[in-house]
Ligand binder design. Structure first.
Ligand SMILES: [Ca+2]
Length: 415
């Protein structure tokens, strides 16, 4: 495991209601660094941030996180952050970063691998259960693969207890690339947890053709019960030679997934050179990689025969060429940023260092009708985006000095 970075004193976040306190906004430590100064100046000058299409102000809650990959929201207002280097940290509302939580399994840290996603069970208040995924080392040799585990977080937030391996991607592969690894708790159209989990899995880069065959977990979305067993209604249950956890296939490297309030799974995946995609994986669906793509291989040769559509494969809802390298995905359900944001989809960009706001034909449904790049001025790789239980949007940034940032609504936006 790589050593942790030393941590400076994190800045305190002001509990500023910007609408009520412009002076406090200016005094906020988050306003000190350029480019935050620009947005804060906008608030003070009375210039409508709305007029510039910018309705948010980034406020840094904590920094000094070592390549944070995901953030979850604990019931006491604290944050649980995974660091790719192999640690969970509790971040207090004032930005103080706790010591690494104990009780993690062996993790293969290197390249894109390490400790990756984390989500809390919807009944966490009662059962203290969380789910996390990571690069799991092979018991022998230098292979690894994505694994999903559950555990309970101790009451003092210091220890994982009752660790249970729920799923281990097969086969193990000697690669430090394309782990996928976003977890989504499945819910009904009425918003009730149905006891199942989705997990996105990359094709490990060097095993891309595996994404088209069902005898392995490369380039798949899987669906399992929370105890690791396979739901009887999974699409390939009973098909000879198929791994029964598979929900959909033909994916490349999916690093973002979320559930709409209607219970529909949305996800995105990295294309090669161009052709990043948003897909809504249907049971048994083939999403085409590496038969078809809107992108090209890194050496500019065609993917497959160069076509972007083929019978038997599903078309993406949306595609990005050039690639933005998407990571993290969340729907806005709160009205903190105004009613126009409700039902929008947010996606982080690693490559172009922004947060993409995607307006859809209807809230939570239909094609992308407008795309706006937010937070470009920060110049940070956005690794994860979530809406907190307080209705605010949070992002984590991918660097050795990774940040946890809250997006405050700009002045004048009703809440
Ligand atoms: Ca595709």
């Amino acid at each position: 495991m790589k050593p942790m970075n030393s941590r400076g004193s994190p800045p305190r976040i002001a509990n500023t209601r910007l609408r009520n306190s412009k002076a406090a906004a200016w005094a906020d430590p988050a306003c000190r660094p350029w480019p935050a100064r620009f947005f804060c100046a906008l608030l003070l000058s009375g210039v409508s941030a709305l007029a510039l299409g910018q309705q948010i102000v980034p406020l840094t809650i904590a920094q000094g996180l070592n390549h944070p990959w995901a953030v979850a929201f604990l019931p006491n207002g604290h944050f649980l952050v995974s660091e790719r280097a192999g640690a969970f940290r509790v971040v207090a509302p004032d930005g103080k970063i706790g010591a690494p939580i104990g009780g993690l399994p062996a993790i293969a840290v290197g390249g894109q691998g390490g400790l990756l996603d984390v989500v809390l069970d919807s009944d966490f208040v009662r059962n203290r259960t969380l789910y996390f995924c990571y690069a799991e080392p092979a018991s022998r040799g230098n292979g690894n693969s994505t694994a999903l585990a559950s555990a309970r977080l101790s009451a003092d937030l210091r220890q994982l207890e009752g660790l249970r391996l729920l799923f281990s991607q097969r086969p193990k592969t000697a690669s430090e690339l394309h782990f996928g690894c976003r977890i989504v708790e499945s819910k009904t159209a009425q918003g009730q947890a149905d006891g199942k989990l989705f997990l996105t899995l990359g094709e490990r880069f060097n095993r891309r053709d595996d994404a088209q065959t069902l005898d392995n977990h490369h380039g798949k979305v899987i669906r399992i019960n929370k105890d690791g067993s396979v739901p009887a209604d999974n699409p390939f249950v009973g098909r000879p030679g198929a791994l029964t956890e598979i929900w959909s296939f033909g994916h490349r490297n999916p690093q973002g997934a979320t559930l709409s309030p209607q219970g529909v799974l949305w996800m995105h995946e990295h294309g090669p050179r161009g052709g990043d995609e948003i897909n809504l994986p249907q049971p048994g669906g083939n999403y085409g990689w590496p038969l078809v793509s809107f992108g090209r291989n890194y050496d500019l040769t065609a993917v497959g025969d160069g076509s972007s559509a083929k019978a038997g494969t599903e078309q993406p809802l949306h595609q990005w060429t050039p690639s933005i390298a998407p990571s993290g995905m969340a729907f806005v359900t709160s009205e903190k940023y105004g009613k126009a944001w409700v039902g929008n989809l947010l996606v982080g960009s690693l490559k172009f260092t922004h947060l993409a706001r995607l307006e859809l034909e209807r809230p939570y449904a239909g094609k992308v009708v407008k795309e706006t790049r937010l937070l470009e001025a920060l110049g940070e790789r956005i690794r994860d985006v979530r809406q907190g239980p307080d209705g605010f949007i949070y992002v984590v940034t991918d660097s050795a000095n990774g940040k946890l940032i809250r997006l405050a609504p700009a002045a004048g936006v009703p809440d």
